[in-house]
Design a protein around this ligand. Structure first.
Ligand code: DC
Length: 222
């Protein structure tokens, strides 16, 4: 059973996917973390986000893999666990830039499809329903207004003791969405057969219950 959850930055995909996968006993595959690992690798090697040639060659030679500690996904880059370096806003923004590069997408596509072939998965990203898993039993397009998404990010950063500017967060989110929606390969869009869930005015419990109910309708045993 494969469940695809796509949507724009900050829509709550990873929070929701993590809870849904735990309730179903599936593994959670966070594909954004894979693109973030490529971006992180570039910054570690001093490669500029616009240097397509060097990024392509680095992406094809790097060994990016996913391992599970309990049900928590850890991302390994050349055998080092880089998971804790991937959540910064700067890494996310750079991930959106390197995600436009064909070689980067094709390397990660193989890894994503292999995980879905071998496991029951809840996989989140931008192109899972449209491109990575076109035959997924359930596809959800999870979104929320940019103002709500910016407020959630803002609250997260404040809770971590940071002092962010909400207008900058919303501007970055809108910019990232535009890049993800307008790139040539595998742009972010709702698959024709995906169910739209707008979480702007829903609680986490309401969203997870809705997806669990859709999963049940799609044949999941819950
Ligand atoms: O979901 P996230 O914020 O961790 O994703 C970071 C970036 O990675 C996102 O802005 C675009 C890219 N990405 C992608 O192109 N395709 C995916 N399936 C997942 C992420």
């Amino acid at each position: 059973m494969n469940i695809a959850i796509d949507g724009p930055a900050g829509a709550g995909k990873s929070t929701i996917a993590r809870i849904v996968s735990a309730r179903l006993g599936y593994i959670y595959v966070d594909t954004g973390a894979m693109f973030r690992a490529v971006a992180y690798n570039c910054t570690q090697n001093g490669i500029d986000a616009r240097d397509t040639e060097r990024i392509s060659s680095l992406a094809s030679s790097a060994d990016i893999s996913i391992r599970y500690v309990g049900d928590v996904q850890r991302v390994f880059l050349n055998d080092a666990d880089v998971t804790d370096h991937l959540r910064d806003e700067a890494v996310g923004n750079m991930a959106s830039v390197v995600a436009q590069i064909p070689v980067v997408r094709s390397v990660l596509l193989d890894l994503q499809r292999k995980l879905a072939r071998e496991n029951d998965v809840v996989m989140d990203g931008r192109d899972i329903g449209t491109c990575v898993l076109p035959d997924a039993e359930l596809k959800v397009y999870l979104t929320a207004s940019s103002a709500v998404r910016a407020k959630r990010r803002y609250d997260e950063l404040v809770a971590k003791g940071e002092n962010p500017d909400i207008t900058v967060i919303e501007k970055d989110i809108i910019e990232r969405d535009e890049r993800d929606m307008n790139r040539e390969i595998a742009p972010l869009k709702q698959a024709d057969d995906a169910v739209l869930v707008d979480s702007s005015y829903m609680t986490i419990d309401e969203v997870t219950d809705r997806i669990i109910s859709l999963a049940r309708d799609a044949g999941a045993k819950v």
